[in-house]
Ligand binder design. Structure first.
Ligand code: FES
Length: 68
């Protein structure tokens, strides 16, 4: 599903950017140009980013528990 129509950025591309270290909207803007033009995608991108970062944190926590 597209998040940013101006730059044809999908949820998958945002997830890949997070996997590659993106951790804030500015990171998504500089790498994928999300919210860089009309800005209508800003809130949707922010919500998706927060969800991905929360899931990533939880995964890392679970992996730490398993390794201990
Ligand atoms: S929809 Fe993302 S900048 Fe316009």
């Amino acid at each position: 599903m597209y998040v940013c129509l101006c730059h044809s950025v999908t949820e998958k591309q945002i997830a890949e950017a997070v996997d590659n270290g993106a951790s804030c909207l500015d990171d998504l803007s500089s790498t994928l140009k999300v919210a860089d033009t009309c800005g209508r995608c800003r809130s949707c991108a922010r919500i998706g980013l927060e969800k991905l970062l929360t899931e990533s944190d939880e995964l890392h926590r679970q992996m730490s528990v398993r390794e201990a």
